[in-house]
Design a protein around this ligand. Structure first.
Ligand code: CP
Length: 306
């Protein structure tokens, strides 16, 4: 791996190795593998989980972070994104974690940036580390991935998380079901993905609710939230229909009382906060894979040699 822009570049073996390394980091959360390494976090869109979990991951591995604030940067003086990125690279950072609203921007940046770029969420395209942390959470819950049904419910059209899941989950043996308003279903349903009713979606092993992404909609597209909850929300009553072994996921941030009831966020079958914890571990694994390969962590090397 040179960059992590899309999950399409990951083989099932790559994913298995990242999950194994993330599990190791859950058990051994402190390391030295990024000592004297500096990672720039460049978030051009708001974030709590992804930004802070990357920062947490870097600090846990003894690295340093540069945190970029678009509102106080020279972007406001008219500097282009490309010049900003080249400037930060020229300072000698070891990697860049980037979130940006524009589809295709990451690929464009890889044409001239030599240090690893990690996609922390690109437009409506992909969110690879969210996808990997979701896969880790599913694997922990079921002990396997193959043969599971994953229902993704809600605003699929605007979801970069769903974009990454389409590109990875079927290759790991999972079936994806989609449910939600017709207008929010993908214009081209990917191979092997089925659009189903809410009743069928609620029978899946994994029920993944998506946030209604108001910021990506025009005023006329924003639904009436009460009506949306009644038709497609994971309400307390709908949660009673889930299989006893099913898990409830949400990439967050959550609109409580819209796509999911507040009580369901706290439901015994909800793994929503487990996803956040796993996010730090998976980002540690990705950073180690991309940055420190030339300097293996002796603890990790010893653990995998056993
Ligand atoms: N899931 C996710 O990307 O959350 P943030 O927008 O808070 O980073």
């Amino acid at each position: 791996m040179r960059h992590l822009i899309t999950v399409t570049t990951l083989t099932p073996d790559d994913v298995a190795a990242l999950l194994e390394r993330a599990e190791y980091r859950l058990a051994h959360p402190n390391g030295q593998t990024l000592a004297q390494r500096v990672v720039a976090n460049l978030f051009f869109e708001p974030s709590t989980r992804t930004r802070f979990s990357f920062e947490m991951a870097i600090k846990r591995l003894s690295g340093e972070t540069l945190n970029f604030q678009p509102s106080t940067s020279s972007i406001n003086k008219g500097e282009s994104l490309e010049d900003t990125i080249r400037t930060i690279e020229a300072m000698g950072v070891d990697a860049m974690v980037i979130r940006h609203e524009e589809n295709g921007i990451m690929h464009r940046l890889t044409k001239f940036v030599r240090v690893p770029i990690i996609n922390a969420g690109e437009g409506t395209n992909e969110h690879p580390t969210q996808c990997l942390l979701d896969v880790l959470t599913i694997k922990q819950a079921f002990g396997r991935l193959s043969g599971l049904q994953v229902a993704i419910i809600g605003d699929v059209l605007h979801s970069r998380v769903a974009g990454s899941h389409f590109n990875l989950l079927p290759r790991l043996g999972m079936e994806i079901l989609l449910s939600g308003p017709f207008a929010w279903m993908p214009k081209q349903v990917p191979n092997g993905v089925r659009i189903v009713t809410m009743d069928e979606a609620l029978k899946a092993d994994v029920v993944m609710m998506l946030r209604v992404q108001k910021e990506r909609m025009t005023a006329i597209e924003i639904p009436d939230f009460k009506a949306y909850r009644q038709m497609f929300g994971l309400t307390v009553n709908r949660a009673r229909l889930l299989k006893p072994h099913a898990i409830i996921m949400h990439p967050s941030p959550v609109n409580r009382g819209v796509e999911i009831d507040s009580e369901v966020v706290e439901h015994p079958q909800s793994v929503i906060f487990r996803q956040v914890t796993n996010g730090v571990a998976i980002r540690m694994a990705v950073l180690e894979e991309l940055i420190q390969e030339r300097r293996p962590d002796p603890i990790w090397a010893t653990a995998t040699a056993r």
